[in-house]
Ligand binder design. Structure first.
Ligand SMILES: *Cc1c(COP(=O)(O)O)cnc(C)c1O
Length: 393
């Protein structure tokens, strides 16, 4: 533990120095099965050879110039993302929070264009959008906000997966300019809305001239079995944000916009020193190449089915396991009670997992895992969980 780090994280007693595929190795050579991917970042696993060689090559050519100049790699990455999303234009930054900041600024420009003096963005309870002042204000979790008041105005929180409360808010408030949501809530506990929810929001936004903004920072880049989670429904948002697995560990964020929303930010109105620099853009391009030629969207869908089936077989007899759910490789196992020490117990079994929303075990394994490795995740987690439930009973 360091005396010189600001203690914003409760860290586990381990440090890794090498990774290979689904495996991480600590300083003593112990091997850990990574079912979390650095919280949905390393979708291609660790040290993917094709990515390693691309970023090494790029590091030897050019790391950074400036957005004052054309950056051809950034232009290529933008056009690849736009083709995959069927959207128009991209602003690049370095993290998820920054991508959402850009989205929120676009929402305000959109509102002002409609002569709304104080535009409002509808957001969901249980959401997570980041730790900057605007994004924590948008976040639907008082724990994230507490201590940082005054919050930024301009957000109205509604229950997630409840289209009627969005309709009611829109009808009662002429200042609404946008709706911003995660297609599956990640930090909130792997909350999967009913199918049709996003399509209904799309229709409502069209009817009222609102921007539909999707935070796909955790769900994007094939994690749920499609390139983007909203593609499980037949709709295209006006704004979509990406980060996490877009660079597989090289920091990059993207705010993608369509139609009118793509032309609201004008020269001088937004920027980022590092955003979309040659190294990050090369990483993003290579990640897309690999996701494509290894067919990882389909793999994520198939592996998700496999994992859900195995967990159901092994765990549904336990009363303390309330629900097992998932979309692709975003999997949540909800327990009846809080389980604060489960992550530490799994670590002792050399398995990396996460618990979110106090009692939801969250699994976000790399998309490159084999069937055998998926089975091993189930095996190890079930051992940890059965021990834990026996002691808790
Ligand atoms: C992780 C996450 C963010 C924040 O991303 P940072 O890169 O940590 O700023 C925002 N939204 C969602 C849905 C996330 O999962």
């Amino acid at each position: 533990m360091s005396d010189h780090l600001i203690a914003s994280y409760n860290q586990l007693p381990v440090a890794f120095e090498k990774g290979e595929g689904v495996w991480l190795f600590d300083q003593h050579g112990n091997r850990y099965l990574d079912a979390l991917s650095g919280i949905a970042v390393c979708g291609l696993g660790h040290s993917h050879p094709e990515l390693t060689s691309a970023i090494s090559d790029q590091a030897g050519r050019l790391l950074h110039t400036s957005n004052l100049y054309h950056i051809p790699l950034q232009e290529s990455l933008a056009s690849r993302l736009c083709a995959l999303a069927n959207m128009d234009k991209v602003f690049f930054c370095n993290s998820g929070a920054e991508a959402n900041e850009a989205a929120i600024k676009i929402a305000r420009l959109h509102g002002h264009k409609k002569n709304i003096a104080s535009p409002i963005v509808i957001v969901a309870r249980g959401s997570f959008h980041g730790r900057t002042m605007a994004t924590l204000s948008a976040t639907g979790n008082t724990k994230v906000q507490s201590g940082f008041e005054p919050l930024l105005p301009g957000f109205v929180h509604v229950p997630y997966n409840d289209i009627d409360s969005i309709i009611k808010t829109v009808n009662n408030n002429e200042d609404v300019a946008a709706v911003m949501l995660e297609p599956v809530q990640g930090e909130g506990g792997i909350n999967i809305p009913d199918s049709g929810y996003l399509t209904a929001i799309r229709e409502l936004c069209d009817e009222h001239g609102l921007l539909m903004m999707l935070d796909e920072i955790q769900t994007g880049m094939c994690r749920t079995g499609k390139w983007f989670a909203h593609q499980h429904e037949n709709c295209v948002p006006d704004v979509m944000t990406l980060a996490k697995s877009l660079g597989n560990g090289v920091p990059i964020g993207a705010c993608i916009a369509d139609g009118e929303a793509a032309n609201l930010l004008q020269p001088g109105s937004h920027g980022s020193t590092f955003g979309g620099n040659p190294l990050a853009a090369r990483a993003g391009l290579t990640v897309i190449d690999i996701l494509q030629h290894e067919n990882l969207a389909q793999r994520a869908a198939a592996l998700g089915q496999l994992l859900l089936a195995r967990f159901s077989e092994s765990l549904s007899v336990y009363k303390a396991v309330k629900n097992i759910r998932g979309k692709g490789l975003m999997i949540g196992i909800e327990l009846a009670d809080d389980c604060p020490d489960l992550v530490g117990r799994a670590l002792k079994q050399n398995l990396l997992i996460n618990v979110t929303a106090e009692k939801v075990i969250r699994l976000l394994p790399p998309l490159i895992i084999s069937d055998e490795q998926a089975e091993e995740i189930v095996e190890r987690l079930c051992i940890v969980l059965k021990d834990y439930l026996k002691e808790a009973a």
